[in-house]
Write a protein that binds this ligand. Structure first.
Ligand SMILES: Cc1cc2nc3c(=O)[nH]c(=O)nc-3n(C[C@H](O)[C@H](O)[C@H](O)COP(=O)(O)OP(=O)(O)OC[C@H]3O[C@@H](n4cnc5c(N)ncnc54)[C@H](O)[C@@H]3O)c2cc1C
Length: 460
């Protein structure tokens, strides 16, 4: 017997869930997924624009190539990931008015100027700091283990780069579980990395670190290629575009999903998987389970804008042959960082041109992201002028706004998930996934969709 799964939201979470369901085999029948997407295109936060020879990304810029499910998904769709250039290994942090090269090895770290001698000495004391089992804010964790300077210069900009978040509120356990686990399991980060390194060497594996590892990757036509390929593989009958789900209702067996939009209607399914942002899932669940709706509706999403700028190469005098730079909050600048897109993926700009991608806003400056276009552009150009000496007017400008950009995993997030899981379990056949809960990266979204697909496929 086949079962039907209604998937609410056609971002990477919903599309990969549909694909894993469609590709899996269920004993005694198959699974028929249908993705219901509010917009006229699938992809959610993933979207590539093609204009004037440039290839700017609206949201996500790439994924790390070390997670097998993402590779399985891409290759299953007939795509070969494009790895970022070697030049993009060079990353900078903007400290005290200048770009400082982020060291790639412990030896380079000793010689680098990202921290003062005292700041480096404080890191050397890390193995002697006792482990703390409970969750704490990223700011408290990093300051306790590595010292104030390392937190401000290194960890804070990383929090901006990944979550556009405020480390004073972010839960280290929920945002960076691997790092917290190393502290718990090995008593400290340096001790843990040494032990893990030894274990990996014994097992004949490559080097390990507390970071996510892997190489940033995309596709020759940008991330849109993944969305287009998924859309093609699923076929028109499995994706309903322009259909906003407004609510769900429990039936004797299965669910009825109410849809507004182009085709105001309803759809019946055995299972429902909500793969839309938490604030949307909260609206969908408002009448169905007000408590659950309230719980997930509290997850906050600050605004972020991506400002893509194209310049003629001869007008760019700084070293744009690198990954780009992040900006620590204490520097008081009005941008979170800048990626040198056409250095990371050289085909992103026409011959003789450079494409930069500036991020503004985030949890500590959401209002900046929502400035009117002209004002936002002038702020960004002033910042790039002051920071990089970039005085030329851009030949190409695109501003992509995400009013509710990235869900924040704040203190208490783990408890929220525990409560959510219990409440969801009271509704057999209902599932909630997406980037608001257990990882915001594309890789996490795809991993979570894979796990959910196995759960659904294995159900009686
Ligand atoms: C600026 C920015 C940069 C990023 N950079 C990276 C990066 O470089 N690498 C990386 O790995 N991650 C990055 N991320 C994070 C990553 O892009 C997202 O976490 C991921 O794409 C989220 O996918 P999703 O499917 O869970 O949600 P979404 O992409 O938000 O998709 C949800 C979908 O649900 C639809 N929807 C909403 N409500 C309804 C409804 N009621 N009915 C039907 N459909 C509905 C929406 O239209 C949308 O299509 C970035 C995010 C942003 C904002």
């Amino acid at each position: 017997m086949s079962v039907k799964v209604a998937i609410v939201g056609g971002g990477i979470s919903g599309l990969s869930l549909a694909w894993f369901l469609m590709s899996g085999s269920r004993p005694g029948g198959h699974v028929e997924p249908v993705v219901i997407e509010a917009e006229d295109r699938p992809g959610g936060k993933i979207r590539t624009e093609k204009a004037e020879g440039y290839l700017p990304e609206w949201g996500a810029n790439g994924f790390l190539d070390n997670r097998p499910r993402t590779i399985q998904f891409a290759e299953g769709l007939g795509l070969t990931p494009l790895r970022s250039s070697d030049a993009s290994r060079k990353r900078f942090i903007y400290i005290k008015g200048g770009l400082k090269l982020l060291p790639e090895s412990p030896k380079a770290f000793l010689a680098s100027n990202v921290l003062s001698p005292l700041g480096k000495l404080r890191i050397a004391l890390e193995p002697f700091i006792s482990a703390k089992m409970e969750d704490e804010t990223l700011a408290d964790f990093a300051t306790r283990r590595l010292g104030r300077e390392a937190f401000e210069n290194l960890i804070d900009p990383m929090a901006s780069g990944v979550f556009a978040g405020d480390p004073a509120n972010m839960s280290v356990e929920s945002c960076f579980p691997k790092i917290k686990k190393i502290e718990r399991d090995y008593g400290g980060l340096i001790k843990g990395m040494i032990r893990l390194g030894r274990e990996a060497k014994k097992a004949g594996k490559g080097p390990v670190g507390a970071g996510p590892g892997g190489t940033l990757s995309s596709f020759p036509g940008g991330l849109e290629q993944l969305i287009t390929a998924a859309r093609t593989a699923l076929g028109e009958e499995r994706i309903k575009l322009g259909c906003r789900v407004t609510g769900i209702e429990k039936l004797q067996t299965g669910y009825r999903v109410h849809i507004a939009g182009k085709q105001k209607s309803s759809l019946e399914a055995d299972f429902v998987a909500l793969a839309c942002p938490a604030y949307e899932a909260s609206t969908v669940l408002k009448d169905f389970d007000p408590g659950l709706s309230k719980l997930i509706g509290e997850i906050r999403y600050p605004a972020v804008s991506v400002i893509s700028l194209g310049f003629k190469k001869e007008k760019v005098f700084f070293d744009a042959c690198a990954f780009g730079f992040l900006v620590p909050f204490k520097e008081g600048r009005r941008i979170l960082g800048t990626l040198y897109d056409s250095s990371i993926f050289p085909e992103r700009a026409p011959e003789g041109h450079v494409l930069l991608r500036v991020m503004a806003g985030g949890a500590r400056a959401s209002e900046l992201a929502m400035l009117p276009d002209e004002k936002l552009l002038s702020v960004v150009m002033e910042e790039l002028g002051g920071m990089l000496g970039l005085k030329a007017d851009p030949d190409f400008v695109r501003i992509f706004r995400h009013e509710k950009a990235i869900p924040q995993y704040l203190m208490g997030h783990a408890e929220r998930l525990e409560k959510m899981d219990k409440m969801v379990a009271a509704h057999p056949g209902l599932f909630i996934t997406g980037n608001a809960f257990r990882g915001i990266s594309m890789n996490d979204c795809i991993d979570n969709s894979f796990k959910l697909s196995q759960n659904i496929i294995g159900r009686p």
